[in-house]
Design a protein. Structure first.
Lengths: 253, 324
């Protein structure tokens, strides 16, 4: 089933067309790679899907309903979570607090429940879930540290934890492996695979071709804002257009 | 949890002291204590607003909204003080709710200026519409609370009234801050887009903090006006707002009690400079500059600093053998 459908999406910034009538589908349960050279429009596509930016034209469907023009928080409530390209955390909060904020959808409360502790069951349950998620992501030991004190690898893991804590249907990950050494990358790939097995559909933007080819079921390639090719990793690896676009980077493939 | 118990014991002790102390004070010091206690509520409610990272300049005016509301409800509508007090909070909260629509389209610097402009607009209404607000002269002859045969004209009973209500409000504010709502407000402060991406409606939470903070300061306004007996537009202008900002900045805003320490310490200092009227603004200014230079994280950081200083001294005395 198509969980996410991008239909003829165009995004223009002043004179620059960052996305030019791009269409593609994301199947439920897949790890779907969105790749392309720098400036191809990958992050812009994520911003449009998650509501941080609105397409100039075209439409975006999630579960068959248009989500174009909705607020990011509404789209998050529907089940689309994202991570950001620049590692984005609540720097001044602890690791545990970061993850708890991620669980907002499940545990949000009103002022009276907050004052009189009326929903302590929900909060308790949320706390337990969050703790086990921190455990899953290998962050349990650091739960009382400030997010700003974490090493880079753990910061990345925490960013993903926050998104996962919102119990998404689709997770958009923008370059989760950037700046990691091969071992950390392997570890994160394993985690990503586990997340998919837990039933979350993943759209992955990544420059590390080895990782992308190893983990994705299907790939969409963008170049200068236009759709260049799509297909399985094997098909993309041998696609002449893609090889040309990545010229100089072919070794990586 | 021994720390929790010592904290509770400390607070109970403080409350007991506050119950006894006014009997040993002169009349004008009793007055001072009443206004100080009300100002504690002013800074604590302001803290809730600033948790989202937006520093408004309208908090003093919101206190005035509560003050005027309570005045009109008792004097013109003939309601009792006990009903007007919570209603004053509701009115201030409602005015804040309306202001959210224009104000929270802005952030940071623009929000600061926008909130100032909105506050001045409200003050102009008080000045301009002599009916019912009484113009620049304001309104006087505001009734005192009545309860049995307690004489609330006397400072000590009124202080007890203020103490009870302010304590109650502080408990509520503290519980909000420590709840999930407080956490979400801080999250909105540190990274609004990330909070949005997990479903937090940042507009709603900014508004919520502003509305609740305004409601509590509206209650503070009501408490003040029924003791003072008069209300004028100038009591709640930018001058008072500057004091609120100084108290919060000098006290520190990392913890719940920082702003409270700020208002208590600065007010006592200020009171002890009574008699040097011309110098008082200059002294305040010097204290602000000195505290920004020497205590950038506020008075609240002093215990931590002393602890660090003491342990450094101990380490130094034990000699270099221990280090490294
Ligand atoms: N807010 C904006 N205003 C103007 N131009 C923008 C804006 N955001 C992105 N662009 C431009 O749109 C193009 C696509 O940017 P985008 O960030 O989507 O690329 P990307 O594929 O994510 O690249 P990278 O791999 O480097 O992250 C770039 O040329 C960029 O300069
Ligand atoms: Mg990008």
């Amino acid at each position: 089933m198509d969980l996410l459908e991008i239909r003829q999406v165009t995004k223009v910034f002043g004179g620059l067309t960052a996305l030019n009538e791009v269409s593609f589908h994301v199947k439920s349960g897949n790890i779907h790679g969105l790749i392309g050279p720098n400036g191809a429009g990958k992050s812009t596509m994520f911003k449009n899907i998650s509501g941080f930016s609105t397409p100039t034209s075209g439409d975006i469907f999630f579960n068959g309903h248009s989500i174009k023009g909705r607020k990011p928080s509404e789209i998050a409530h529907l089940g689309v979570a994202r991570t950001f390209q620049e590692t984005t955390l609540f720097q001044e909060l602890t690791v545990l607090e970061n993850a708890l904020v991620g669980a907002h959808k499940r545990a949000k409360t009103n002022i009276f429940s907050a004052i009189f502790n009326l929903d302590r069951h929900i909060q308790q349950e949320c706390m337990e879930k969050t703790l086990s998620m921190l455990d899953f992501m290998g962050l349990a030991e650091r739960k009382n540290q400030l997010a700003s004190e974490l090493p880079l690898g753990s910061q990345r893991a925490l960013a993903i934890t926050i998104a996962l804590a919102s119990e998404p249907v689709v997770l958009l990950m923008d370059e989760p492996f950037a700046g990691m050494n091969p071992e950390e990358t392997r570890h994160m790939m394993g985690l990503t695979e586990k997340v998919r097995q837990s039933g979350v559909t993943i759209v992955l933007v990544e420059h590390d071709m080895k990782a992308v080819m190893g983990i994705c079921d299907y790939l969409t390639v963008l170049n200068f804002g236009s759709l260049l090719a799509e297909g399985t990793p094997d098909a993309i690896r041998h696609d002449a257009k893609v090889i040309r676009a990545y010229l100089g980077n072919t070794e990586a493939m | 949890m021994p720390k929790k118990y010592t904290n509770c014991a400390g607070l109970a002790g403080l409350l007991a002291a506050l119950v006894i102390v006014p009997h040993f004070l002169k009349y004008h010091h009793q007055d001072f204590l009443i206004f100080l206690t009300i100002n504690v509520l002013v800074v604590s409610s302001y803290r809730l607003v600033t948790l989202t990272g937006e520093w408004s300049l309208i908090h003093a005016v919101m206190m005035g909204v509560g003050a005027y509301a309570s005045t009109l409800l008792t004097k013109s509508a003939g309601l009792s003080f006990w009903i007007s007090l919570p209603l004053a909070g509701c009115v201030a909260g409602a005015v804040a709710a309306i202001l959210c629509f224009p104000l929270f389209r802005m952030t940071q610097f623009y929000f600061l200026i926008g909130s100032f402009a909105a506050g001045e607009a409200i003050r102009l209404c008080w000045i301009h519409f002599i009916q019912p607000f009484g113009g620049t002269g304001g309104i006087s002859g505001i009734p005192f609370p009545e309860l049995g045969n307690i004489d609330f004209l006397e400072p000590v009973p009124y202080f007890y009234l203020v103490l009870v209500i302010v304590t109650l409000c502080l408990v509520l504010l503290y519980r909000i801050e420590k709840s999930r709502i407080g956490l979400t407000l801080r999250a909105v402060h540190w990274k609004a887009p990330l909070a949005e991406s997990v479903g937090v409606d940042t507009w709603k939470y900014r508004s919520l903090a502003f509305i609740i903070g305004s409601a509590f300061v509206g209650i503070a306004g009501s408490l003040k006006v029924h003791y003072l007996g008069t209300v004028t537009p100038n009591q709640y202008g930018i001058g008072f707002m500057v004091f609120i900002l100084i108290w919060v900045i000098v006290g520190g805003y990392a913890t719940f009690y920082g702003a409270i320490i700020g208002v208590v310490v600065l007010s006592i200092l200020d009171e002890s400079f009574r008699g040097f009227e011309e110098l008082r603004p200059a002294i305040y200014g010097l204290i602000l500059i000195a505290s920004i230079l020497f205590l950038p994280s506020g008075l609240e950081s002093v215990p931590e600093r002393i602890r660090g200083w003491v342990s450094n001294r101990a380490a130094a005395r034990n000699g270099p053998g221990i280090q490294g």
